[in-house]
Design a protein. Sequence first.
Length: 135
Amino acid sequence: MKKLLMIAGLAAAVCALVFTACGSSSVAAASQVADPSITFVVLDSNPTTGYSWTCSIKDSNIISLVSDNYTQDEAPAGMTGVGGKHRFVFQGKKAGSTEATLSYARANQKAQQKRVYKFTVGQDLSTSLELTSAE
């Protein structure tokens, strides 16, 4: 478990660098860390608006959600309404392919944004993803 958390942390750091470099509001990348079964997605988020990201996986036998967390961007002390990044870390469990849908919505409301990713897990559990739909 410690190793997995360390890998997830390293993946998060790599993702933050990728995110900053490309200036995109949505980053998804197969991880370049020691464990090729780890893949992550980072999305802009601002829970102070009442919106949050949720994840739904079609087949959790193929991939699992290892972590799901939000980190606020740096801001001056006392500043409110600051957005940040929501990070999802996935791990391949068995060979195959499946989809994960990430939705950005307020409770009990229709999603304002939606991203569908196709995950492909190889026999060696190496995991890759492809954004197949963005609304």
